[in-house]
Ligand binder design. Structure first.
Ligand SMILES: *[C@@H]1O[C@H](CO)[C@@H](O)[C@H](O)[C@H]1NC(C)=O
Ligand SMILES: *[C@@H]1O[C@H](CO)[C@@H](O)[C@H](O)[C@H]1NC(C)=O
Ligand SMILES: *[C@@H]1O[C@H](CO)[C@@H](O)[C@H](O)[C@H]1NC(C)=O
Ligand SMILES: *[C@@H]1O[C@H](CO)[C@@H](O)[C@H](O)[C@H]1NC(C)=O
Length: 495
């Protein structure tokens, strides 16, 4: 989301970090599940209906109470679940997808109501419409506001706001462990795909690594059945994202008729890039906050600022180099409508939002600032991805080609530079056109690598690009995005 570039941008004074005291009113409508693993964890859940989110499937909302942190979730059943035969039991397991919006500090309600949810915000911001391209066609779908402090999630008084992807991964793992074992055990055997966008390029590798590690450390505890990651326009490697600015703005490669920038600007950016890369590399090798903040300042003023410095209402759109920017920060007017809808008294009542929460915002400044105070924004999460691939977790990287914030040029570069058993085969392969609905919709390549010698299991690593789409692929190309997800979940090829 936007903020991940505020990062390099206006790193202005930190706001006071706020926390809240939970005055748990009106517990009655919730069913409470107490964790079998930890006395400090429980899930409060209540059923909702189509008047809140316009979809025929069953839906539930609630909070995970994990000690002093309280994570909000919204869960939807699949329209036509693709059941999987669960190993060692007569029952069938139901697939589950978790969606995380980026930021840091962005609410997953943004992904849900603006992009891929079973319902989308309506044009007035006072209700929702059914989304025929919702991602819950064949898999149940779960949206979580995380880290605690984002969206409808909150913290008890005095509890520090999580400031990095690894801390929030611990909380979300605990949530998933309880969710699939005690609340909806039909997901106990998965397969689970964890997906999301933008800064989720940090969240998802950290969460995946936490799941794999905890499953292995505690084999007797409920296992989280992680099968794959699907990262959309992800902020995985900041260095490569900066590098990709030149190609995205100074060539026609994103799928534009003329480059966005003229040669004057492009020459300046090209001249500044080597130093930006040099300092960004130093930050990767010596991830000290002072070094990394200096590196991001060099890249900001030498490369990023020429575009991002002109991104505001009426200016340039960082999420789609061909689109206007309607409102500050997020550019898309729908974001303001989502905020209006979720702030309606009727919505607050339906969700049973605790009384001390008076305003829903799609972006938490407190969380954003907490992340900026650590090194989280500048580091690469490639080490976690190589660990996940080695652990036989499949990884899909998908990219809307008109995005600048987390551009395709950068994704091509970091996916090729990642050192793992599949690297040589991956880099040797060409991207090839892939078709959806009979038309070429982008480029794709995929490798299937045997990561554990002799066990016959092949781990998939794929890069899929989508033409005519910015940062938010399910918003810009909904039919293509759904086809892509379905193919990924069904194990079908892209070419
Ligand atoms: C939403 O607003 C529109 C336009 O003002 C109005 O016609 C419609 O009845 C409203 N819908 C709801 C559910 O309030
Ligand atoms: C190049 O683009 C910049 C920014 O839009 C503009 O200020 C400048 O005048 C342009 N230079 C030329 C030579 O067109
Ligand atoms: C749907 O939920 C709302 C509260 O969100 C409630 O007022 C309404 O009675 C429910 N409708 C049905 C048919 O259950
Ligand atoms: C709620 O937060 C939004 C976004 O920060 C702000 O624009 C709005 O004025 C706030 N509303 C209230 C009632 O505080």
């Amino acid at each position: 989301m936007k903020s991940l570039l505020w990062i390099q941008a206006l790193l202005v004074p930190t706001l006071a970090i706020t926390s809240q005291t939970p005055l748990l009113q009106d517990e009655a409508p919730f069913t409470v599940h107490q964790s079998s693993v930890s006395p400090a964890h429980s899930i409060r859940i209540k059923r909702q209906n189509a008047s809140l989110c316009n979809t025929p499937v069953d839906q539930y909302t609630g909070w995970l109470d994990v000690g002093a942190k309280h994570l909000f979730f919204w869960y939807f059943k699949a329209e036509n679940p693709a059941y999987h035969a669960a190993s060692g039991s007569a029952s069938e397991s139901e697939p589950l997808a978790l969606w995380l919006t980026g930021g840091p500090g962005g609410s997953s309600m943004l992904g849900m109501l603006q992009e891929l949810g079973p319902c989308l915000i309506n044009e007035y911001g006072n209700g929702t419409v059914y989304n025929e391209y919702g991602w819950n066609k064949h898999t149940a779908l779960l949206f979580v506001d995380q880290p605690a402090g984002v969206g409808f999630s909150y913290l008890d008084q005095g509890e520090p706001v999580p400031g990095d992807s690894f801390t929030t991964a611990v909380d979300v793992h605990l949530f998933l462990q309880m969710f699939v074992s005690q609340v909806f055990p039909e997901h106990g055997e998965g397969p689970l795909v964890i997906t999301g966008e933008s800064y989720a390029g940090h969240y998802l590798p950290a969460l995946g690594a936490q799941i794999v590690t905890q499953n292995a450390l505690h084999p007797k505890q409920p296992q989280v059945p992680l099968k794959s990651l699907a990262i959309g326009n992800g902020y995985v490697s900041p260095l490569d994202t900066s590098y990709g600015y030149w190609e995205t703005l100074c060539t026609t490669n994103p799928g534009v008729k003329e480059p966005i920038f003229n040669s004057t600007r492009c020459d300046i950016m090209a001249a500044n890039l080597p130093r930006c890369m040099d300092v960004a590399r130093t930050c990767y090798e010596h991830p000290d906050p002072a070094i990394c903040q200096a590196a991001s300042a060099v890249c900001w003023s030498g490369v990023i600022e020429f575009y991002d410095g002109e991104s505001y209402a009426g200016g340039r759109n960082r999420f789609d180099i061909t689109a206007p920017c309607d409102i500050d920060s997020f550019c898309y007017a729908n974001t303001a409508l989502i905020q209006s809808y979720l702030n309606l008294p009727s919505t607050f009542r339906a969700l049973s939002v605790p009384a001390f929460i008076t305003n829903f915002t799609v972006e938490s400044t407190a969380v954003e600032n907490a992340f900026m105070a650590t090194n989280d924004l500048e580091i690469s999460l490639m080490p976690q991805l190589t660990f996940l691939l080695a652990s036989q977790i499949d990884v899909l990287i998908y990219q809307g080609n008109l995005d600048l914030a987390c551009n395709t040029a950068g994704a091509k570069r970091w996916t090729s530079s990642m050192a793992w058993k599949g690297q040589a085969e991956y880099t040797a392969k060409e991207l090839r056109p892939w078709r959806s609905g009979g038309e070429v919709v982008g480029m794709a390549k995929e490798v299937k690598i045997e990561m554990v010698e002799g066990d016959g299991k092949r781990t998939r690593f794929a890069l899929v690009t989508v033409d005519g789409s910015g940062h938010m692929v399910p918003q810009d190309q909904p039919a293509v995005a759904l086809d892509m997800l379905d193919r990924w979940l069904a194990g079908k090829a892209f070419d």
